[in-house]
Design a binder for this molecule. Structure first.
Ligand code: ZN
Length: 308
């Protein structure tokens, strides 16, 4: 509760501090809440897939992730182009998970960048035939997916990068880094002097994090969170959940460290994966209590066990 109040305060201060700030709104017409994180960074916070972020460079607007909805991504793009009086120049997908990229048709006319280490996943998604059975299977994870499929147009990125992507020039230059962690292609950026992080799913704020992929790398993930702490970043735009500050980032990093350490010790003591799932030695989550544990949590425990 304490951290929630602190972060809400941060956002309000930032919104008020910036001339011409956009008020935070969430109405029937607006599917997201706009958060003006810094003078050049705006995040659309919502629940239909990932958050969307926009960074205004002198050369144009760089967008990060699209969520599940082409319609929502198009609206965010239009609002940002009007707000900054500048055109979209690029889309960066922080990693190849469907809830971050299904709305990519909103950016059909600009270069689309992604880390090449995610290419196999990209090719899998682009090749999917969306028949009823497939839609139903994905809808069990992403309930809004059936209504988004008719306007979705998945295609491969136009530009692949290895570990680094530089966009823009001069002082405003953006350097996107692939560090891995949540997935092998997990990428993020620290926006220059404002020290705002656009984190993709390396940060999933105030919710149970997903880390159930075979390519989840806990040490790369922890190292990246720690690096941002050392940079004393001013704010973090997560893949899911609200903008957070440094202290909350630290709590998150500590949870991953303690969880990975506890899992390694339990496994060495002969604890099975099934026992580990509900073992009292695993630290309490950094997220609010939930009514039920999601079905996918067991995949996260399996990954944790296998990696220990
Ligand atoms: Zn993800």
């Amino acid at each position: 509760m304490r951290t929630r109040e602190r972060t809400t305060g941060l956002i309000c201060v930032l919104v008020l501090a910036v001339a011409g700030a956009i008020p935070a709104t969430e109405t029937e017409e607006s599917p997201y809440e706009l958060v003006e994180v810094s003078p050049t960074v705006v995040m659309a916070l919502h629940n239909n897939g990932s958050n969307l972020s926009c960074v205004a460079l002198d050369e144009g607007l760089v967008f990060f992730d699209t969520g599940l909805s082409t319609r929502t991504a198009s609206r965010f793009r239009r609002e940002m182009e009007a707000r900054f009086e500048s055109p979209a120049m690029a889309l960066v997908l922080t990693h190849a998970h469907l809830d971050h990229l299904l709305g990519m048709a909103a950016f059909d006319d600009v270069p689309v960048h992604a880390a090449v280490s995610g290419r196999t996943r990209w090719e899998h998604f682009v090749a999917i035939e969306w028949d009823e059975r497939t839609i139903a299977a994905y809808a069990s994870v992403f309930p809004s997916l059936p209504e988004e499929i008719p306007s979705a147009r998945l295609r491969l990125p136009t530009d692949w990068y290895d570990d680094e992507l530089v966009l823009g020039a001069g002082d405003g230059q953006l350097t996107v880094q692939r560090t891995g962690g949540h997935s092998v292609d997990s990428s993020s950026v620290v926006v220059g002097a404002e020290r705002v992080v656009i984190a993709g799913d390396l940060v999933q704020a105030r919710r149970r994090p997903y880390f159930g992929e075979p390519d989840t790398d806990f040490s790369a993930w922890i190292d990246t969170l720690q690096h941002w702490e050392e940079l004393e970043v001013s704010a973090v735009c997560p893949g899911h959940g609200p903008v957070i500050e440094l202290a909350e980032l630290g709590e998150m990093r500590l949870w991953f460290e303690e969880t990975a350490a506890a899992a390694t010790r339990l496994k060495s003591e002969g604890v099975s994966m099934e026992e580990m799932a509900s073992h009292p030695d695993l630290p309490d989550g950094y997220w609010p209590d939930e009514d039920t544990v999601p079905r996918w949590w067991i995949y996260c425990i399996k990954r944790l066990y296998d990696a220990s």
